[in-house]
Design a protein around this ligand. Structure first.
Ligand code: ATP
Ligand code: MG
Length: 323
């Protein structure tokens, strides 16, 4: 483990202490500023190599409690905003998570969403499609799991697999039961177009879509795989297929670069999150979600004067009860 840099550590300590003293508004501003560096926005000219897999600082073990404290502040802010989203019942938020194996999707979802009301949040995981799913267009199975108004929907993998694993393994495309004449060299461009239109459609209906690519390095993935073999409690997470897919690393990175370039838009941006440090990645993700919620202009529904009068009358009646 590399040694932490004392100056970094002290600066960070100060920043965390300052964070807890901030108002909610100031905190949201910080989150916006922090997440911006990982937001791709309009994908034109996107290059994966411009984005780091490592966080820009290294605090070592000593920094861990501080990092956790920062995450907790973010999680609390997120929970407060979700409460308003739910009460307002107008907007919904779809969070898409994509990554190579062991990049930390599951852990990020678990930790970042730990404070939110489970009633207002749905997680859906997408694996290889069933035969029923293959009998439909590729968006069909995902559409069934879109979040209702006032809810946050989380896709653990998604329709983006259609331009990832399906692009990397030609045979999967061949098994999709598509009419042969529809499989041309333009198919990926056509799928990007379909996805862009789908997300635009959702946007126009009040569902904001933001997408996360957890950008882990090949070296870090190797270490995490070895840990999954060495630690009996992590054996269940590991499969030989994961190592096979690792062999296609370059093809996957090319597919990710292409899809981010073609589907990142100002309204439905991709965030390329440095994922070699799990805690840092979670803070960056929480900040991006806070940013998206802030842009919705959330507020608790206003109650009419007549309703307030009614509430006061009920309260008075309760106070007047004899026993
Ligand atoms: P874990 O962290 O538990 O490994 P996971 O998301 O990797 O989670 P797995 O069951 O290991 O879950 O893998 C799901 C697999 O399904 C992935 O290899 C993914 O590429 C594949 N998959 C998802 N969508 C499709 C699709 N549309 N077509 C083909 N394969 C798909
Ligand atoms: Mg897996």
């Amino acid at each position: 483990m590399p040694k932490s840099n004392n100056k970094d550590s002290n600066d960070f300590k100060e920043r965390v202490i300052n964070l807890s003293a901030l108002s909610k508004k100031e905190l949201v501003q910080r989150a916006k500023k922090f997440s911006k560096q990982y937001c791709v926005g309009d994908g034109d000219g996107f290059k994966l190599k411009d984005y780091e897999t490592k966080a820009s600082f290294n605090l070592g073990d000593e920094g861990k409690p501080l990092v956790n404290q920062t995450l907790q502040i973010g999680v609390d802010a997120l929970a407060t905003m979700q409460d308003i989203l739910y009460a307002q019942d107008k907007w919904s938020l779809l969070l898409v998570f994509q990554a190579m194996d062991a990049a930390g999707k599951d852990g990020a979802i678990k930790h970042v969403m730990s404070g939110v009301n489970p009633q207002g949040c749905q997680v859906s995981s997408f694996k290889a499609p069933s035969s029923e799913e293959l009998d439909h267009d590729f968006l069909w199975r995902c559409q069934k799991h879109l979040p209702e108004r006032g809810r946050i929907g989380i896709f653990n993998r998604s329709y983006y697999e259609e331009v990832l694993v399906v692009r990397v393994h030609e045979q999967i495309l061949k098994n999709q039961k598509l009419p042969e004449k529809l499989i041309t060299k333009d198919i990926w461009e056509e799928r990007f177009q379909d996805i862009r239109n789908f997300e635009k459609y959702l946007n126009r209906n009040g569902t904001i879509v933001i997408k996360f690519f957890l950008n882990v390095s090949k070296k870090e993935q190797k270490e995490r795989f070895i840990e999954r073999v060495d630690d009996p409690d992590k054996n269940w997470k590991f499969s030989a297929t994961d190592v096979k897919e690792r062999g296609y690393w370059k093809d996957y990175m090319h597919a990710y670069e292409e899809l981010i370039k073609n589907t990142s838009t100002k309204k439905s941006p991709w965030y390329v999150i440095p994922a070699d440090n799990k805690s840092y990645a979670r803070i960056a993700i929480a900040s991006a979600i806070i940013t998206a919620l802030e842009e919705m202009d959330l507020e608790y529904p206003k109650v009419s004067a007549a309703k307030i009068a009614e509430l006061n009358a009920v309260k008075q009646a309760l106070l007047d009860e004899k026993d």
